[in-house]
Ligand binder design. Sequence first.
Ligand SMILES: Nc1ncnc2c1ncn2[C@@H]1O[C@H](COP(=O)(O)OP(=O)(O)OP(=O)(O)O)[C@@H](O)[C@H]1O
Ligand SMILES: [Mg+2]
Length: 184
Amino acid sequence: MGRLNDGYAPVDLDQVWASTEDSLSLAIAESGTVLVRDPLPTVDGDATQLGMLLQNLVTNAVKFRSPERAPRISLACEPDPHENLWRFAFTDNGIGIDPTYAERVFVIFQRLHPRDAYPGNGIGLAMCKKIVEFHGGTIAIDPGHTGGARITFTLPRAGAAPSVAAVVAGAVAGAVSAEPGEQR
Ligand SMILES: Nc1ncnc2c1ncn2[C@@H]1O[C@H](COP(=O)(O)OP(=O)(O)OP(=O)(O)O)[C@@H](O)[C@H]1O
Ligand SMILES: [Mg+2]
């Protein structure tokens, strides 16, 4: 996968979203996926990693779509009223994630379906977790959401002082750039 960290800088998430839609345009068009989003903020971070975060989430939403309806994806975003961070909710209308597995899906190589049903290695959400934590945020499955999957995550607002947790997460985030085989 190579080196992912091309440095901390202001990252316009609207632009990241637009380029994610662009690079997945074929899959989006073929599946008839509709994407909507709130206006997205600029955060301090690594544009490459944040692009991979959105790309993994959109790819999953298209892949794990319901056979009964065209995929619909929304990314909601609002400032937390108490903390200096943004709260995001990424929602699809696909087959959903059983709350029993809400933790397991973030563990590398863990998948809920056989590979012949849905291709993949179980790396995407583990990478999403590493990326969000590297930026000082948290990520989780919303266990109460029905009718599809909802993945919530936070990112610090621009200019927010990095927390101790962010520094520690950054120190271990090197694992993101390792090849899967190197981690065992
Ligand atoms: N949007 C979603 N809807 C339903 N299930 C999902 C969704 N996203 C992830 N999952 C479940 O969580 C598992 C882990 O997701 P993850 O993205 O890590 O792996 P993957 O998509 O199977 O493989 P890879 O991302 O490496 O191609 C998936 O195999 C699937 O069972
Ligand atoms: Mg995936």
